[in-house]
Each structure stands twice: as C-alpha cells, then as structure tokens.
Design a binder for this molecule. Sequence first.
Ligand SMILES: [Zn+2]
Length: 69
Amino acid sequence: METSTMSAKGGSLPAGRHGASGGKKYWRCTICGDLHYGVNPANPCPTCNNPSSKAVEITKEEFLKILQS
Ligand SMILES: [Zn+2]
C-alpha cells in the first residue's frame, strides 16, 4: 500500500534549498592544495584559478591534518 509513495521521501530534495545542517563537505584543490569547506568546492579556485573539477572531496580528518601541518 505505501510502496507507491516511497520515492517521494528520499532522493528528490530540491537542489536550491539549503537544509539547516547544510550538507557541507571538505574539499582540497589538487593543483595548489587549497582547502575549502562548503556544499561545493570553490569554482574557480581562488588561489590557482582552476575549475572545481580539480578539487577532490576529503574527510574532516584529512582536512584538519592538512591544516595542522
Ligand atoms: Zn587551487
């Protein structure tokens, strides 16, 4: 009975709406090593001007590790 409405609950959130908790991630530019925190990586990178496709997602642990080094 309820299976037909399952798709309405997950995976179809409107992209333009920011939730309270954000969904932010940690990013590192593979070109210059710049770190970013946000829903998406900086595009372009403010340091080396490369597109966000050059950035990779990293964990919070990695992010902090890089910051402290
Ligand atoms: Zn960069």
